[in-house]
Write a protein that binds this ligand. Structure first.
Ligand SMILES: *[C@@H]1O[C@H](CO)[C@@H](O)[C@H](O)[C@H]1NC(C)=O
Ligand SMILES: *[C@@H]1O[C@H](CO)[C@@H](O)[C@H](O)[C@H]1NC(C)=O
Ligand SMILES: *[C@@H]1O[C@H](CO)[C@@H](O)[C@H](O)[C@H]1NC(C)=O
Ligand SMILES: *[C@@H]1O[C@H](CO)[C@@H](O)[C@H](O)[C@H]1NC(C)=O
Ligand SMILES: *[C@@H]1O[C@H](CO)[C@@H](O)[C@H](O)[C@H]1NC(C)=O
Length: 798
């Protein structure tokens, strides 16, 4: 993208040929021959002058032609072919078709041109087309003779006479021909049983007699004897086929390609009216009958004027049909019944130069239909291109009768006979074709015999190549001298073939490369006998053993190489004394950082490259001298207020006041303190007064002090009263709180005592029933039943 933009820019503006290094694609393409150079871009030229640029250093022979001239190449040695056009035949357009000179009717202008195209260089030519009045017309009526058309056959009995009458109003030279078709006489398309061979209608009650099925029969060649048409039509009998589709496309193809038999004239419109009431068979349908051979597109009429290959070849494809119709300039008019309109309409989109019209069931409207179709055809001009070479791009702009150019269009509609339309054709060759190929094509309005022949030749070779000398003395007699450069025999090297390839042959290229994979001589010089010869550059000097250095591609600051404070050496700035940095824009001088009070950046920043970088938040200014929000701002400004307004303070009676306090001071009666940009300062004077002022910085760099005229005094007693009131009220609140607390405690104690009393008296009555209480006296009974053996003894007295 970038390269392309650069290229475009350089095509448009000569000035940018010098704008920056690398943009010159002619030079950067490192073309080694004239032909290579021309292919880089249409604006590149080659200097074939022998001694060009063989001075101190080499220069590229491939460059913009202005640059070559500027660098001393004589213009006769500059190879700079451009695209051009020459008109070879340009007879004027005719206005009338028929007449004594009818064979000279010209409907397109010019008739032959020759283009000389340089790849990539666009050029254009114009052409005009006019539909002349009273142009001869050939009309061939091709009729479906299947059984359903029997009433139509009756209707067109006298078509010849009536049609000739109507067409006579449009042209004085009209010919009419006639042919018929049914379908292939084979199964499954037709009845093939023996009893149908002579009469396919055998046994068909409604219409018991008809002729054997046939593919296509040419009956009447084009003639101006229209009565013959009527006679022939009256002789025709319908036939019968089996499936619904008919073999009409076979017939169209034969009618188109059998030029002699049909009698198409060269100098006439060719109309082919195709009347049918059913769909056609298409290519591949033939397989149903076992026909696998595709149609060969040739005429196959036998001596009875019948299509002889009907049962040998398949139906033709739409593409083949379209091609043959266009080749023979035939306008095909489908005259079909209403039911089929959509189907045939779709065919017209696939076959150029065809129209479709609705035919009444019995063909009553056929004359009107033909006239409409004819007018329709004659109101259009559409260009077609034949044998279009692949590497040439064409784009058309049509200018129709309203004179407005229509880009991308190659046709005009709604024309009147006699209107002239013009086309602008732009041509561009995309590349160089292989030698020896035939380069010509034809532009032709569809359906016209008139054509524009275009012969193309390519500007891919340089004129100087024609005088190349083999074994030239310029090339040490061991090379071919061609367009200023030597092409050495194998084994010899150098710009003049002066070096012999020896032991070091493999070193040849690497000796001119800075490193493996890099370009020879960094792409900015020529390798000659293992040494780089660097090109001259418009921007400065290229040097170094691999042309890797130059004195113009160093860091810039504000567009100035090394900021103007250094020299460029091989990509690096060598700064002058007192400057440092990649682009030498950093001065080591610090005097500009010293602020008015003699400190470096007011003590609020550092001096970097001769400029203060303030570090204190809020500080700004060249020497960080401004800082409304710095903690000491009020302090320093107070001294100024003191010395300037009251001649008191540290700076009083001292010239320092004048030097340090340059701020504007405004005195006011009352001070506004709501300005957000201003800092409010106040201090107590010696006599216990309060002095207030505000301090603000303005964008312009000045600071303004707004101060009261006099300090505010006399607020002392008030302060004492307030103090007493505060202390008094604190005491009062304390006493009240104490009293309330005492009251609450007293009430609480009383209540507790009363409860204790009642609890004690209740306890006395309930002592007897206390479950913990035990009688001090207990009674025990002694058992008198003693054990016999006296082992146990139970009982006792307690
Ligand atoms: C004709 O073409 C249109 C669009 O291409 C399609 O929708 C339509 O079915 C076709 N009609 C017939 C009868 O083939
Ligand atoms: C034809 O078209 C080209 C560009 O495509 C334009 O430069 C030229 O002026 C046009 N010529 C006419 C006669 O309109
Ligand atoms: C050029 O020189 C080579 C070798 O020196 C020789 O073989 C060839 O025939 C010569 N060609 C011409 C055209 O003189
Ligand atoms: C010097 O140049 C550099 C890079 O262009 C830039 O970032 C820097 O701000 C410049 N310094 C001065 C002091 O101009
Ligand atoms: C003025 O004030 C400055 C700063 O305080 C002090 O250094 C200097 O001695 C004073 N000069 C006089 C004349 O009072």
């Amino acid at each position: 993208m970038w390269m392309w933009r650069a290229a475009l820019c350089c095509m448009l503006l000569e000035t940018c040929l010098h704008s920056a290094r690398g943009l010159n694609m002619c030079m950067s393409g490192s073309a080694t021959s004239c032909e290579e150079c021309l292919l880089i871009h249409p604006s590149c030229a080659w200097c074939a002058q022998e001694e060009f640029g063989r001075g101190r250093s080499l220069t590229s022979r491939c460059d913009f032609s202005q640059n070559l001239q500027k660098r001393g190449c004589e213009s006769r040695f500059i190879e700079f072919p451009t695209s051009s056009i020459s008109i070879l035949r340009n007879r004027p357009l005719s206005s009338k078709g028929s007449g004594s000179t009818q064979y000279d009717v010209v409907q397109i202008m010019p008739q032959k041109i020759s283009l000389s195209l340089r790849p990539g260089d666009q050029t254009w030519f114009g052409l005009q087309v006019r539909q002349v009045e009273d142009y001869p017309v050939d009309l061939y009526y091709l009729m479906d003779l299947s059984l359903s058309m029997k009433d139509d056959l009756h209707t067109i009995r006298n078509l010849g006479t009536k049609l000739a009458e109507e067409m006579g109003k449009l042209t004085s030279n009209f010919r009419l021909g006639f042919g018929t078709f049914v379908d292939k006489n084979m199964s499954p398309f037709s009845y093939t049983a023996p009893k149908y061979q002579e009469n396919p209608c055998n046994g068909y009650k409604l219409f018991p007699n008809c002729v054997p099925t046939f593919g296509f029969r040419h009956i009447l060649s084009l003639t101006d004897k229209v009565d013959r048409f009527n006679e022939e039509v009256q002789k025709q009998m319908v036939s019968r086929n089996r499936d619904a589709p008919e073999g009409g496309f076979d017939a169209i193809l034969q009618a188109a390609v059998c030029k002699e038999e049909i009698g198409w004239r060269k100098e006439a419109y060719h109309l082919l009216v195709f009347a049918t009431d059913d769909v056609p068979h298409l290519a591949l349908d033939g397989r149903l009958g076992g026909l696998v051979q595709p149609h060969d597109g040739r005429c196959h009429l036998n001596d009875k004027n019948e299509y002889s290959a009907s049962t040998k070849m398949d139906y033709p494809s739409l593409a083949l049909l379209g091609e043959k119709l266009a080749e023979n300039n035939i306008f095909l008019i489908f005259a079909v019944t209403k039911r089929l309109y959509v189907i045939y309409k779709n065919f017209t989109a696939l076959i150029p130069g065809t129209t479709v019209e609705i035919l009444d069931q019995d063909s009553k409207n056929v004359i009107q239909l033909i006239i409409t179709a004819y007018n329709n055809i004659r109101s259009k001009v559409e260009l077609s291109v034949w044998d279009h070479p692949e590497d040439i791009s064409l784009s058309f702009t049509a200018t129709c009768q309203d004179g407005r150019p229509l880009p991308g269009l190659r046709k005009c509609a709604d024309l009147m006979i006699g209107d002239t339309v013009s086309f602008n054709v732009s041509v561009e060759a995309r590349g160089c074709p292989p030698r020896g190929a035939d380069h010509s094509f034809t532009i032709k309005p569809v359906g016209f015999k008139d054509r524009l022949e275009v012969v193309v030749d390519y500007q891919c070779d340089c004129g100087c190549s024609r005088t190349a000398q083999t074994n030239s003395s310029i090339c040490s007699s061991i090379g071919t001298y061609n367009c200023g450069t030597c092409h050495c025999e194998p084994g010899y090297l150098g710009a003049r073939c002066e070096c012999q390839e020896g032991e070091a042959s493999s070193m040849y290229l690497s000796a001119c490369r800075e490193a493996e994979g890099k370009q020879i001589c960094s792409g900015r010089g020529e390798c000659s006998c293992n040494q780089c010869l660097c090109y001259e550059s418009e921007f400065g000097k290229i040097y170094g053993s691999f042309c890797e250095c130059d004195d113009f591609s160093c860091a810039r600051h504000k567009g100035i190489l090394c900021s103007g404070h250094g020299e460029c050496h091989c990509g690096e700035c060598k700064c002058h004394a007192g400057y440092i940095g990649d682009n030498c824009n950093c001065s080591m001088e610090t005097s500009s950082c010293i602020s008015g009070d003699g400190r470096m950046c007011h003590g609020r920043g550092n001096c970097v490259c001769g400029r203060c970088q303030c570090t204190e938040p809020g500080a700004f200014g060249d020497t960080c001298e401004k800082c409304p929000t710095c903690p000491d701002a009020c302090g320093t400004k107070r001294e100024c207020i003191e010395c300037r307004l009251f001649n008191s303070g540290r700076l009083a009676d001292n010239q320092t006041c004048q030097r340090l306090c340059k701020d504007e001071i405004i005195t006011v009666e009352t001070l506004k303190t709501d300005d957000p940009g201003a800092v409010l300062c106040l201090y107590k004077t010696d006599n216990d007064c309060v002095m207030k002022f505000t301090y603000s910085e303005h964008a312009s760099g000045t600071s303004i002090l707004t101060a009261l005229k006099e300090p505010e005094c006399g607020g002392g007693t008030d302060a004492l009263t307030v103090l007493l009131a505060v202390v008094g009220s604190i005491l009062l609140v304390g006493v009240v709180l104490l009293a309330v607390w005492k009251l609450v405690i007293t009430v609480h104690d009383r209540r507790e005592f009363a409860r204790f009393q009642s609890a004690r008296s209740r306890a006395r009555y309930e002592m007897a029933s206390n479950p913990l209480y035990k009688q001090p006296v207990s009674t025990h009974f002694v058992e008198t039943d003693f054990n016999m053996y006296g082992k146990s003894y139970n009982g006792g007295v307690h």
